[in-house]
Design a protein. Structure first.
Length: 302
């Protein structure tokens, strides 16, 4: 299967990519899990809530798909597993996609949803940014933006993040054959659709060039054999330049975003446990939310 997928990774039209992902979408929820679809700051989001989730902490999730495909339905299996494993609400953005809506449309949606979440009364220190692949790109682009405002979130987690659209890292060359699912040209196709005629060193496009003063602890998970290994490694080093506490977890040989696409794998279960432990070990000392949220008047429908 990986050989078949890899041969077509830079040739499948966007429309077909979306249809294939949608065919595998599973919106069946485990017992006790609920889902609510609504609008947050003008952006559609899906909120996956496990039983007895705390009202003062959540995961703000941005899905992958090369900025071209994906939505909360295509990621529902992983999002429900993430919510059940962490015990936290998972707020997943259904942001606009390229090529119909190139940069900065999708990122604008993500930022608008995050800002609206803060306006509902959530404390920034209780929000965990998380995403995979292109969603990991949004994790660090948003983190760069929030650090520039001096309003960083509580934590950030990225799975195989795509952080350097200039493709400057060496793994684009030395992992061209080792990667189980993608070829380097696939990232050129996605980049040209997402950021045509843009300065690729813009930190909102390639957050590996971003500024991260006062950023919170960060967990990055990646496979050593991925084309995007350098993106993860260089991102970790960039964060460390700003004194950020970074945990870079490297799997010796795994599929790109294996945690999401194959959650039943032993490696995926181990990776998810590391995510759960990372969140537990870095829980804010105080657990504050705005008074209107404590009063039970939170409304994230607008």
């Amino acid at each position: 299967m990986s050989i078949f997928v890899k041969r077509l990774s830079d040739k499948i039209p966007v429309g077909l990519q979306r249809r294939l992902l949608q065919m595998n979408a599973d919106t069946t929820l485990p017992i006790g899990m609920t889902r609510e679809d609504k609008e947050l700051g003008g952006t559609q989001v899906s909120i996956f809530s496990p039983p007895q989730s705390p009202s003062d902490q959540c995961i703000f999730y941005m899905h992958g798909g090369g900025h071209l495909a994906g939505n909360p339905d295509t990621h529902a299996n992983f999002l429900t597993l993430l919510g059940m494993s962490t015990g936290l609400d998972v707020i997943a953005t259904n942001h606009r996609l390229a090529p119909e809506h190139p940069f900065p449309a999708g990122l604008d949606d993500v930022i608008s949803a995050y800002d609206a979440l803060i306006e509902t009364g959530f404390s920034a220190e209780n929000i965990i940014l998380m995403g995979e692949s292109a969603g990991g790109n949004f994790v660090f682009a948003l983190l760069h933006e929030l650090c520039s405002r001096r309003q960083p979130p509580g934590l950030a987690i990225a799975l195989s993040p795509w952080t350097d659209l200039t493709a400057g890292g060496p793994s684009y060359r030395y992992n061209a054959r080792a990667d189980h699912a993608l070829v380097p040209h696939a990232f050129t196709v996605m980049r040209n659709a997402y950021a045509p005629d843009e300065n690729l060193r813009n930190p909102l496009i390639s957050p590996v060039f971003g500024e991260f003063s006062a950023a919170p602890p960060v967990l990055i998970e990646v496979a050593k054999t991925e084309i995007l290994f350098s993106d993860a490694d260089l991102m970790a080093k960039r964060l460390q330049e700003f004194g950020v506490n970074v945990d870079l977890e490297i799997w010796p040989d795994a599929l790109h975003t294996f945690q999401v696409v194959m959650p039943k794998l032993k490696e995926s279960r181990e990776a998810l446990k590391k995510i759960v432990d990372f969140i537990k070990n870095n829980k804010p000392i105080t657990s504050k939310v705005a008074s209107k949220r404590n009063a039970g008047t939170m409304d994230i429908s607008a």
